[in-house]
Design a protein around this ligand. Structure first.
Ligand SMILES: Cc1ncc(COP(=O)(O)O)c(C=O)c1O
Length: 482
């Protein structure tokens, strides 16, 4: 274990709880015994009457959250056991009132859109810029944010996803300046950005770049337990009590101590060893990119000298994105080979693979990945094809009614081609990245249907659709009255 738990009160409490000689008459019902279910419940300790007393008399969680707030220059922080999904819901519930407008990137994750359903917020969409060389999303334009703010002067917040699934960022400092001039807070889904700001070669974290709040999954780019997340805010433009209410409204009352303690430990590791460990990760990824960029037909954006270098302070240097259209191999076939070789990746579609490389990787794991992918490409090599922009990054939404209204409305299943021109009652997203391509309340376009069908027939999982075969789509029974 590298982390020093004396710097992490909740992690220290977890270690102590594991050692304690107790016969608990509390939940969880396995009573810290593995006799009935085996190792699947080993190490499970609750927060309440586990890491602290039932009445939280030691304030250990609050102490750990205060340390995290300090680490990110925030004045409010909560630890979540329900992922950035919960954080997004909480942040949506923390701004505005039902019916209020918010300005939002269309590269949002489905969890934020469903947060808008819960909160009754009405999104005004910003489309991400697309890099013409790589076809990857680059973030939103500051000018588009400024125009949306001018057109919607009563907007309550700007919601962004930074970094994107492929590691690119908007010009967040400029966007924050523009939004703050209008008195509007900037809220960032930084699910993939927990490590940002802790190495000079990485972009600053969202608060350092001027945002008012962010959520991050500590289980994604930080080495915490699955489901671990933090919500972090500065409360100049957001109300701390409202944040608190929103967070608690959607969080469990029985949080797992193991998850909470791992967030605390990940924060301590980041603060004390992050720069060194991230430096190693950045070097490993740079090496992997360079090696993969030498494979004929492969593009690894971010590599200096590659055909599509991203701007350093707007690109997460730990992100390993591999584009394979030029090899003729299908990214989904390559993914199958990689899974077979014990090397599953974060995302694959026909043209692009995204491999998550973190502080927990080593030269050995990364070399194994590069070797496995290179071998798979050589096995699957075919006729090079032009790169296509993923359907997830090129949605042109046509809102017809607020997402909340459509979510609760009467619906009917119709054959997919008959759904064209109708108002969607459901959310449909190729997963990953989980960006809604069809969202409740939007008119369904013919191009969207064609792109979804193409993605599905290429082997991409189409998530959340009531009919995952996409033979039918759920549409509103009738156009709702405005
Ligand atoms: C941008 C973004 N936001 C939020 C989430 C949800 O995060 P979690 O799985 O921690 O709930 C994801 C998941 O992949 C994501 O990519």
């Amino acid at each position: 274990m590298l982390v020093d738990t004396s710097q992490a009160p909740l992690a220290a409490a977890y270690e102590a709880a594991l050692r304690a000689d107790v016969a608990p008459f509390i939940i969880p019902g396995h009573k810290r015994s593995t006799d009935l279910l085996g190792s699947v419940v080993a190490g499970d300790v609750p927060l309440f009457a586990g890491l602290d007393t039932l009445r939280l008399q030691h304030g250990t969680l609050a102490h750990a959250e205060a340390l995290a707030a300090a680490a990110w220059g925030a004045d409010w922080c909560r630890f979540s056991v329900a992922g950035s999904t919960h954080g997004n819901q909480a942040l949506a519930l923390a701004v505005g009132q039902p019916g209020d407008t918010v300005i939002v990137t269309r590269a949002l994750h489905r969890s934020l859109l469903l947060g808008f359903v819960l909160a009754g917020l009405v999104p005004v969409w910003l489309r991400p810029q697309i890099d013409p060389l790589s076809g990857l999303p680059l973030g939103v334009r500051t000018a588009d944010v400024a125009a949306a703010l001018a057109e919607h002067p009563r907007a309550r917040a700007v919601f962004l996803v930074e970094p994107s699934y492929v590691g690119t960022l908007s010009d967040l400092p400029a966007i924050a300046r523009v939004a703050h001039q209008s008195g509007v807070p900037v809220v960032v889904d930084a699910a993939w950005g927990g490590h940002l700001g802790f190495h000079p070669a990485l972009p600053p974290h969202a608060l350092a770049a001027g945002a008012d709040a962010f959520v991050t999954s500590a289980h994604k780019m930080l080495p915490a337990y699955t489901q671990a997340a933090l919500v972090v805010a500065r409360t100049e433009r957001l109300d701390a009590q409202r944040l608190e209410r929103a967070f608690d409204a959607t969080h469990t009352t029985s949080p797992a101590g193991s998850i909470l303690a791992s967030i605390d430990a990940a924060r301590a590791l980041l603060v004390h060893d992050g720069e060194r460990l991230l430096g190693q990760t950045i070097d490993l990824v740079a090496g992997a990119r360079a090696a993969l960029a030498r494979v004929p037909g492969v593009l690894a954006p971010g590599a200096s000298g590659s055909a599509a270098p991203f701007i350093p302070d707007r690109f997460d240097a730990t992100k390993l994105v591999v584009q394979v259209a030029g090899t003729g191999a299908s990214g989904l076939d390559l993914e199958d080979d990689l899974v077979e070789a014990g090397l599953p990746v974060e995302m694959a579609d026909r043209d692009t693979l995204v491999a998550t490389v973190t502080m927990a990787d080593s030269a050995e794991t990364v070399d194994r990945f590069v070797g496995g992918l290179t071998a798979a490409i050589e096995r699957r090599r075919g006729q090079p094809r032009p790169r296509a922009v993923s359907v997830a990054w090129q949605v042109t939404p046509e809102p017809a009614c607020p997402p909340r209204q459509a979510f609760f409305a009467d619906r009917t299943a119709v054959p997919i081609l008959a759904a064209v021109g109708r108002i969607a009652a459901e959310l449909v997203a190729p997963y990953p990245p989980g960006v809604p391509v069809i969202a409740p309340g939007e008119r369904i376009g013919v191009d969207t249907v064609a792109a979804l069908q193409a993605a599905a027939s290429a082997g991409t999982r189409i998530a959340y659709a009531a009919d995952p075969t996409l033979r039918t789509l759920l549409v509103l029974d009738e156009a709702p009255h405005r």
